[in-house]
Design a protein around this ligand. Structure first.
Ligand code: FAD
Length: 504
């Protein structure tokens, strides 16, 4: 038998094995199903996929892994597969089966007193927000600006960020199937009969949760996530400023975090990014937004304390209350901002993206989520930067120079998370039907990664095509990570190449 014939025979055996576990309806192998995996808004070259697997229960996953090991066909797990800008649902390397976990979508448990939820991979942000509104109205979830139908889990495992805080910091425990097929639970969740298992996220011994975030060491089948208490009062501070004063605003925000006046992520958007969130054409160069919540008295003090330093560096500051964001007359951008900061997912940003890239009418809900099937091209480059005005100014100078060289106006966000670091997002939009624009956007994205890296900037998330370049650099202790990989996934069957230079 030739190697090709042997590969095909292994694949056939794998498909048969998976059908026994998942039923015929849980194993898709039609050309249409396989081609759909390849379509992606970033116009990354499609990777060949052997099948799409659709489990419905965590108990099926160890057997799915067993078959993958026996037949040497790797698995690429996704939760809802909306990792837009970084690869959508595409694996890094060809030859995997897509493990689509969206059908495992139970909210297993919400503890209103302990303020946590136990969610499976397919649980969407809308599903969790709706569930809390009905069953635990004193709690809210930290939501992103992505689709209401995107998952809590996939965002967490990509180390994504909600409007209120970093998602990975909300983890209180994970349930994971390793590449060996063993199912483990982290921290105190691993044991039985404790009075409480999720009040202390670390457990005893080395903490393992971080091993499974931006990793290919396991398939996560459930997560315990922290929920936020609904406070008596929530207001937004919105402030606008010219790019000239951006460094001063960054330093002022850093000082406000240090003084504990700000306690929630700040977002700065440039005008191109704002235009992709709203139909408005009258926008200042940069817009900042941050939530202040607590008792009425606490919020009042925080507003007063934050206003002065921001105004002193040249920002025009507005205070937004719930009443300003409500009703038909309200500015849609302000309503959307209020929604996401209050734990209500919105389609507004996705709508804005469609409109900013050419849609003349508001697309319906199904069209909004079908970004991968649209003509919209979208790539994201994500450097992390110190909250230091001079460094942010240097970052901007390089980003603007490179984007200008490639003829692209970037949609930028700089999001100080605390006094120490800001996550920045450089969004490149293009028309996927135009080969010239597509090539320029990819060249620009590649150039941005290489040039920013050369200038000492590092990245907090990367797309599937930047994986190889970035994992060749000393950005992580890759040798140690490879030894962990060999122990936890000895046959290299989980997501080869995902945030890992060595595995198969
Ligand atoms: C308009 C717009 C706004 C956006 N706003 C935000 C934002 O505010 N914050 C933000 O972070 N992102 C944002 N995004 C990017 C992206 O859409 C979100 O991060 C989204 O949550 C990711 O999709 P997902 O939840 O379907 O994750 P998935 O695509 O399912 O997962 C992401 C990756 O995690 C891994 N993974 C997923 N599930 C598992 C599992 N169970 N076990 C092991 N590995 C797994 C896979 O490698 C997968 O590729 C935005 C995108 C757009 C277009």
């Amino acid at each position: 038998m030739s190697p090709n014939q042997r590969d095909e025979a292994d694949q056939e055996k794998a498909l048969a094995g998976w059908r026994e576990i998942l039923g015929a309806e849980g194993v898709l192998h039609t050309p249409a199903a396989l081609a759909a995996v390849g379509r992606n808004t970033s116009a990354f070259p499609p990777r060949d996929v052997t099948a799409v697997l659709r489990p419905t229960q965590a108990a099926q996953i160890p057997d799915v892994v067993r078959v993958a090991r026996e037949q040497q066909v790797p698995l690429h797990p996704v939760s809802t597969g909306l990792n837009w800008g970084l690869g959508s649902k595409l694996p890094v390397r060809p030859g995997s089966a897509l493990l689509d976990l969206s059908g495992m979508n139970r909210i297993r448990y919400v503890d209103a007193r302990g303020r946590f939820a136990v969610v499976e991979p397919g649980v969407t942000q809308k599903q969790l927000a709706d569930h809390l509104a009905e069953h635990a109205p004193d709690l809210v979830t930290n939501v992103t600006g992505s689709s209401p139908n995107s998952s809590v889990m996939g965002n967490l495992l990509e180390r994504g960020t909600g409007f209120r805080r970093h998602r990975a910091e909300e983890v209180r425990g994970l349930e994971v199937v390793l590449g060996t097929g063993e199912l483990i639970r982290t921290g105190l969740w691993s044991g039985a009969d404790a009075r409480h298992s999720h009040h202390y996220r670390h457990g005893l011994g080395p903490g393992l949760d971080g091993l499974f975030v931006q990793s290919n060491l396991g398939i996560v089948t459930a997560a315990v996530v922290d929920l936020l208490p609904r406070r008596e009062e929530l207001r937004l501070l919105m402030f606008s400023f010219s790019e000239k004063v951006l460094p001063g605003v960054v330093d002022a925000v850093g000082a406000l975090f240090t003084a504990d006046i700000l306690r929630s992520i700040v977002h700065f958007f440039n005008d191109k990014r704002i235009l992709s969130m709203t139909a408005s054409t009258q926008v200042p160069t940069w817009t900042g937004v941050v939530a202040l919540d607590g008792t009425q008295a606490q919020v009042q003090v925080a507003v007063q304390e934050a206003r002065g330093p921001l105004a002193a560096v040249g920002a025009a500051v507005r205070e937004i209350t719930a009443a300003d964001a409500a009703g038909d007359e309200a500015d849609p951008l302000i309503t959307a901002m209020f929604d996401v900061h209050s734990g209500r997912p919105t389609t507004a940003f996705l709508q804005g993206l469609h409109q900013a890239t050419g849609a003349t009418t508001v697309p319906d809900a199904a069209t909004l989520d079908a970004l991968d099937d649209s003509t919209i091209g979208y790539l994201a480059c994500m450097p992390v930067v110190a909250v230091e005005g001079a460094t942010v100014r240097d970052l901007m100078a390089t980003v603007e120079r490179i984007c200008a060289k490639h003829g692209i106006v970037p949609a930028l966000a700089i999001n100080p998370m605390n006094a120490d670091y800001a996550e920045s997002v450089i969004n490149l939009y293009f028309d996927r039907t135009d080969p010239q624009q597509t090539a320029s956007a990819h060249a620009c994205n590649d150039d941005l990664h290489r040039q920013l890296y050369a200038e000492g900037f590092r990245f907090y998330r990367i797309g599937i095509d930047a994986m190889e370049f970035m994992t060749e650099q000393d950005t992580a202790p890759w040798g140690t990570i490879a030894r962990l990989k060999a122990a936890l996934d000895p046959d290299g069957v989980i997501a080869p190449g995902r945030y890992c230079p060595i595995s198969g």
